[in-house]
Design a protein around this ligand. Structure first.
Ligand code: 0RA
Length: 639
C-alpha cells in the first residue's frame, strides 16, 4: 500500500518529504534540540506566524491553548493562510506552508511583512515534529481543512464547512511527537512570560493563553505597548519620572523606545527585533544606549549640572537604575546567527539613536525637575563608580608596583643587606640635594618627595596613591601595599621621614604616617618607621659647635658653654633642612652617632589616621599638637 502511494509522488513531493524527514532526523538543526526549550519553540513558531499577521495590521487576537493531552491550538483572526492552488507546485498554498521548509517569504505579497519566526523554518518544521497536526483556515466564508501525520498530508486541502460572514483566521492544532520529544511537557510559566512579552511588543494585540491541563488562563493586552512593559518591569521599583516613549518609522524601519529611571542601581534593558527578544542586543540596543548617554551629558552640561571640569558621564553612569526597551520592526533583519540573539543591521543604530535622542532630549527640556532628578541619579552613579574604580586601580597598582623598577629619583645605597640599609624620605628637591651629598652612600638611600603632593586641596589619600612621588616611595620600599604587603621584600631596615619643622613639614609627615598606617601597617609594627629630627638651632661659642632641638635645650647648652647671657654666642635658627649644608645635615640628622630618631609606633600612626581629616584641614593648631605629642623619643637607638 505504502509502495503504491510512493510511486505516485512527483519529484517535487519527494523533495518535500525528504525535507520533513531531515527535520525529524535532526531536530537540533531546526528547533535547537529535543528538550523543553525546543518544545516551547514549536509553540513560538506557530504563534510567531500569527504575530506576523498582527504586525501586518491584519489580526488583533491570538488564542493559545494547551489541551489535556498536551496538544496545542493556536488560533488567530488574521486573513487566514491562503488556500488557493499554487501554479507551479499545483498544490494549495496552505499545504506548501505546512510541508515545505523556508516558505515564509513566498507569501509576503509586498505588505509590511516582518517575520519573527525563530528559525525561519516555520510551521513546516513544527508539522514534521508532530505526531499529527490539523489546520483550519477561515476564508471566503468557508472553513478549509488539512490534516498531517508526521508532516505528511492526509488528503488535500478541502472545505469542511461554512464560516460565518467575513470571519477570517487560521487555527492550527498539533501534538508534539513523543518519540522525538521524550519525557518533556510544556511549562506554563515559560510560555506565559513569552506571550506577555509578545503582547508588550505587539501593541494592541490580545493574547489569550489557556492551560487546560491545570485550568489556568491569562489574557495579555497592552494598549501602551512597551510603555506598559516598562511600567510592568518597574512595578517593584520606584520610578523617578514618567515613562519616556517614542514610536516612529525611519526609512521604513519601525522604531519604538520606552525608558524610565528608577531609584534602583541596576539597569534593565530589553531589545526586540521583529518581536524576537535579542538577548545579545545588537545595533538597536547600541543606538538606544548611545542616545541616552549623549543626551544626558548634553543636557547636564547645558543646565550647568556638570561643571566645566567634570568629566562626561560614561555609558554605565547614565544606565544605572534605567529601565529601557527598544523594539524595532524591520523588513530584512540581519542576525548574527541562526539563534537570532543579536541584531546586526548597521543602519538601525542610527535610526534608534535618532528617535531615542529626540524623545529623551525633548522630555528633559520640557520637564526640568525630572531632568534634574535624572542627572543627579547619574552623578551619584558616577561618584560611586569613581570610588570603586580607585579601589580597583589600587589593587592593580599593588601588583604593578611590586615588579616595578626602582624610581629614577631614588639615590640608592650600595649595601645589599636590607637590615643595614636606611631610606630617607626627604621633603623637597633642595633638601634632597643636601641629603644626597651629606649621606653615607654606603648604607643610606635618599628619596626626595616634592612637597606639592600634599598641597593639593586637603590631599585625599586615594589621590595620593595615584601620585607619582608616592608610587616611587612604594616601589623603593619593595613591599607592595595593602593586602599584598610583604615585609620579606622590604629593601630598607629603617625608613626615615625627614621633613622641615614647619607647617608644611608636619603636614607631609602626617600624611605619610596616615599612608603607612593604612597601607603598610606591618612596617610600623615591625619598628621600621622613624621620624628624623633635624635640629632647631646651631649654637657656636668659642669655636665649640652644638646643635639643639628645642628652646629649652638651647638655653641649657648656652649655660654649659659658659655663654649664659647669650653674649657673643653664635645662634643660628634653621627654618628648613635646605638651610643646612650637606656636612651639617650629616652631622646633626643623619649620622647615627649623633642623630636623634623618633620611632613611630602603631598608636602614633593610628592617631594620625584618626585625625587625618582634621589635620589635612585648614586648622593649624591641632596639627602642631599632634606632631608634638605623638612621637616617642628613642635617642641612642643607634648605639
Ligand atoms: C500569507 C499571506 C497572507 C496571510 C498569511 C500568509 C497568514 C499566515 C498565517 C499563519 C498563521 N496565521 C496566519 N495568518 C495569515 C495574506 C493573505 C491575504 O492577502 O488574504
Amino acid at each position: 500500500m505504502a509502495g503504491k502511494t510512493t510511486e505516485t509522488y512527483t519529484a517535487d513531493q519527494i523533495q518535500r518529504l525528504e525535507g520533513l524527514e531531515a527535520v525529524r532526523r535532526r531536530p537540533g538543526m531546526y528547533v535547537g534540540g529535543t528538550d523543553i526549550k525546543a518544545l516551547h519553540h514549536l509553540v513560538y513558531e506557530i504563534v510567531d506566524n500569527s504575530i506576523d499577521e498582527a504586525l501586518a495590521g491584519a489580526c488583533d487576537s491570538i488564542e493559545v491553548a494547551i489541551h489535556k493531552d498536551s496538544s496545542v491550538t493556536v488560533s488567530d483572526n488574521g486573513r487566514g493562510i491562503p488556500v488557493d492552488i499554487h501554479k507551479e507546485a499545483k498544490k494549495s498554498a496552505l499545504e506548501l506552508v505546512m510541508t515545505e521548509l523556508h516558505t515564509g517569504g513566498k507569501f509576503g505579497g509586498g505588505g509590511y511583512k516582518v517575520s519573527g519566526g525563530l528559525h525561519g523554518v516555520g510551521a513546516a518544521a513544527v508539522n514534521a515534529l508532530s505526531a499529527w497536526c490539523e489546520v483550519r483556515v477561515q476564508r471566503d466564508n468557508k472553513i478549509w481543512f488539512q490534516r498531517y501525520e508526521k508532516g505528511r498530508p492526509q488528503g488535500d486541502v478541502k472545505p469542511i464547512g461554512k464560516a460565518p460572514d467575513s470571519t477570517t483566521g487560521t487555527t492550527t492544532t498539533f501534538i508534539f511527537d513523543n518519540t522525538i520529544f521524550k519525557d518533556v511537557d510544556y511549562r506554563f510559566e515559560t510560555l506565559r512570560d513569552r506571550f506577555r512579552e509578545m503582547a508588550f511588543v505587539t501593541k494592541g494585540v490580545t493574547i489569550r493563553f489557556r492551560d487546560e491541563r491545570a485550568d489556568r488562563e491569562m489574557t495579555f493586552h497592552f494598549e501602551g505597548g512597551i510603555t506598559s512593559f516598562v511600567r510592568y518591569l518597574n512595578r517593584l521599583r520606584d520610578p523617578i519620572h514618567p515613562v519616556v516613549y517614542a514610536d516612529k518609522e525611519v526609512e521604513g524601519v519601525g522604531v519604538e523606545i520606552a525608558l524610565q529611571y528608577t531609584d534602583h542601581n541596576q539597569p534593565m534593558e530589553f531589545a526586540f527585533a521583529n518581536t524576537i527578544n535579542t538577548l545579545d542586543g545588537g545595533t538597536h540596543l547600541t543606538g538606544l544606549r548611545g542616545a541616552v548617554t549623549r543626551v544626558t551629558n548634553d543636557y547636564a552640561r547645558k543646565a550647568g549640572l556638570l561643571k566645566a571640569d567634570d568629566p562626561n558621564f560614561s555609558g554605565d553612569d547614565t544606565r544605572e537604575g534605567l529601565t529601557a526597551i527598544v523594539s524595532i520592526k524591520h523588513r530584512d533583519p540581519q542576525f548574527e546567527s541562526q539563534t537570532k540573539v543579536k541584531l546586526m543591521n548597521p543602519e538601525v543604530q542610527t535610526y534608534v539613536q535618532q528617535v531615542a535622542g529626540e524623545a529623551l532630549g525633548a522630555f528633559l527640556e520640557e520637564n526640568p525637575r525630572d531632568a534634574k532628578a535624572i542627572v543627579e541619579k547619574c552623578l551619584l552613579s558616577y561618584r560611586a563608580r569613581d570610588a570603586a574604580k580607585k579601589a580597583r586601580d589600587l589593587v592593580f597598582r599593588k601588583s604593578a608596583l611590586e615588579s616595578a623598577t626602582l624610581p629614577g629619583k631614588l639615590a640608592d645605597c650600595s649595601e645589599r643587606d636590607p637590615e643595614k640599609c636606611e631610606l630617607y624620605i626627604v621633603e623637597g628637591d633642595s633638601a634632597g640635594g643636601s641629603a644626597k651629598q651629606g649621606r653615607d652612600r654606603h648604607f643610606q638611600a635618599i628619596l626626595p618627595l616634592r612637597g606639592k603632593i600634599m598641597n593639593t586641596e586637603r590631599a585625599r589619600l586615594d589621590k595620593m596613591l595615584g601620585n607619582n612621588e608616592v608610587k616611587a616611595l612604594i616601589s623603593a620600599l619593595g613591599t607592595g601595599i595593602g593586602d599584598n604587603f610583604s615585609l620579606e621584600n622590604l629593601r630598607y631596615g629603617r625608613t626615615l621621614i625627614m621633613t622641615d619643622a614647619d607647617v608644611d613639614g608636619s603636614h607631609i609627615r602626617t600624611l605619610l604616617l596616615t599612608f603607612f598606617f593604612r597601607y603598610m601597617q606591618p612596617l610600623i609594627e615591625g619598628g621600621h618607621l622613624f621620624i628624623a629630627q633635624p635640629p632647631l638651632y646651631r649654637v657656636e661659642f668659642k669655636k665649640q659647635v652644638r646643635y639643639v632641638y628645642s628652646d629649652a635645650q638651647r638655653d641649657k647648652v648656652l649655660k654649659e658653654l659658659g655663654a649664659a647671657d647669650g653674649a657673643k654666642a653664635g645662634i643660628q635658627r634653621y627654618k628648613g633642612l635646605g638651610e643646612m649644608n650637606p656636612e651639617q645635615l650629616w652631622e646633626t640628622t643623619m649620622n647615627p652617632a649623633n642623630r636623634t630618631l623618633l620611632q613611630v609606633t602603631i598608636e602614633d600612626a593610628a592617631e594620625a589616621d584618626r585625625t587625618f581629616d582634621m589635620l589635612m584641614g585648614s586648622a593649624v593648631p591641632p596639627r602642631k599638637r599632634f606632631i608634638q605629642t605623638h612621637a616617642r623619643d628613642v635617642k641612642n637607638l643607634d648605639v
